[in-house]
Ligand binder design. Structure first.
Ligand SMILES: Cc1cc2nc3c(=O)[nH]c(=O)nc-3n(C[C@H](O)[C@H](O)[C@H](O)COP(=O)(O)OP(=O)(O)OC[C@H]3O[C@@H](n4cnc5c(N)ncnc54)[C@H](O)[C@@H]3O)c2cc1C
Length: 274
C-alpha cells in the first residue's frame, strides 16, 4: 500500500480514456483506438505514457499513430515484449470499453518548419506508429493550396521478418498515390552481423546528403546503430533526431525497476517520472 502511494506521487498529470477498439495483428501485436474523456492535443511524432488499469501506477511510453480520428480517437500500436508488463496488459487483456490513462504528450520527432527537403524516416516495428503520424502531417502540408513542395521522403521500415510487418495495406495504399514517398521494407539480415546492421546499410545505401534530415523511432540499439551509420555517411549529427534513449535499469524510478531485454524487436522498458 505504501509502495502504491509512493508510486502515485510520481505519476504524470493524466487523461482518463476509454478503449473504443482493440485489433490483434498477430499473437503479440495490437492496434488500439482510445478516446480521451477530455481534449488531448499532440503533435505528429510524439508519444505519451499509458497506464492500464491492470497495472496501476505503471506507465510506459507509446507513440501516437496518425492524426486523431474525426471522433477524437487516438491510435496506438503495442507489441507485447514479455509476460506481466504493460504491453501484455494492453495486447492480451484489454478490450473495447476498458479504461486506461494517458500522460502528457512528449517527444523530439518533428517535421520542423521546412519539411520539403530530403527526409529519411527510419522505424523498427511499432516505431512505424510515429512515422504514420509524421507522414499524415506531411500529407496535410502538401495539399494543393499549400506552399510546401514535396522533397524526397524515404521511409525505411525494419522488422524481424516479413510476417512482423503490419498495417501494410494502409501503407501500400498511402505510398501508391504519393509520388514523393518511397517505402523501403527491410527484413532479414546476415547471420553474424548486428541485429540492425542491415537496416543501417539500407539507409546509408540511399546516399543521404548533408542537407537532409533523419527521424528515427525504434529500440535503443537500432537508434544507436542507424545514428552511427548516418553520421559516418556524412549526415551531421544535429540532423538526426530521435527520442531520449532510456537510461539503464538502475537509473530509473518507480516500482517497475525491471526491464525487458532490449532484444531486436522491442523498445526497452521505461518508467515515466512525473
Ligand atoms: C519513446 C518511446 C516510445 C515507445 N513507443 C512504443 C510503441 O509505440 N509501441 C510499443 O509496443 N512499444 C513502445 N515503446 C516501448 C514501451 O514503452 C515498453 O517499454 C514496452 O511495451 C515494454 O513494456 P512492459 O511493461 O510490457 O515490459 P517491461 O517494462 O519490460 O516490464 C518487464 C517486466 O517487469 C514486470 N513488471 C512490470 N511492471 C510491473 C509491476 N507494476 N508490478 C510487477 N511487475 C511488473 C513484468 O514481469 C514485466 O514483464 C516505446 C518506448 C519509448 C522509450
Amino acid at each position: 500500500m505504501v509502495q502504491g502511494a509512493e508510486a502515485a506521487l510520481h505519476e504524470p498529470p493524466c487523461w482518463e480514456a476509454t478503449v473504443t477498439a482493440h485489433r490483434l495483428c498477430g499473437p503479440d501485436l495490437a492496434v488500439l483506438r482510445v478516446r480521451p474523456h477530455e481534449t488531448f492535443r499532440y503533435r505528429a511524432g510524439q508519444y505519451t505514457a499509458l497506464e492500464s488499469a491492470r497495472l496501476p501506477h505503471t506507465w510506459r511510453p507509446y507513440y501516437l499513430a496518425g492524426e486523431p480520428g474525426r471522433d477524437g480517437d487516438l491510435e496506438f500500436h503495442v507489441r507485447r515484449t514479455g509476460p506481466g508488463g504493460v504491453s501484455e496488459a494492453l495486447v492480451r487483456h484489454t478490450t473495447a470499453g476498458d479504461r486506461i490513462r494517458l500522460g502528457p504528450p512528449k517527444g523530439n520527432l518533428a517535421l520542423g518548419e521546412e519539411p520539403a527537403g530530403e527526409l529519411h524516416l527510419v522505424a523498427w516495428d511499432t516505431g512505424w506508429a510515429a512515422m504514420k503520424a509524421l507522414l499524415q502531417e506531411l500529407e496535410g502540408r502538401l495539399r494543393p493550396a499549400s506552399e510546401h513542395r514535396a522533397g524526397r521522403v524515404r521511409l525505411f521500415l525494419g522488422a524481424d521478418g516479413l510476417s512482423s510487418l503490419y498495417d501494410t495495406e494502409y501503407l501500400t495504399g498511402f505510398e501508391r498515390s504519393r509520388p514523393w514517398l518511397t517505402v523501403v521494407p527491410v527484413t532479414g539480415g546476415t547471420p553474424g552481423e548486428g541485429a540492425y546492421d542491415h537496416l543501417a546499410r539500407a539507409v546509408t545505401r540511399s546516399r543521404p546528403t548533408a542537407a537532409g534530415r533523419a527521424l528515427l523511432a525504434g529500440p535503443p540499439a537500432m537508434v544507436q546503430t542507424v545514428t552511427a551509420a548516418l553520421t559516418r555517411a556524412g549526415l551531421p549529427a544535429e540532423h538526426v533526431h530521435h527520442d531520449p534513449l532510456p537510461a539503464g535499469p538502475r537509473d530509473l524510478p518507480g516500482p517497475a525497476g525491471t526491464f525487458g531485454s532490449a532484444g531486436p524487436r522491442m523498445f526497452q522498458g521505461q518508467s515515466v517520472p512525473a
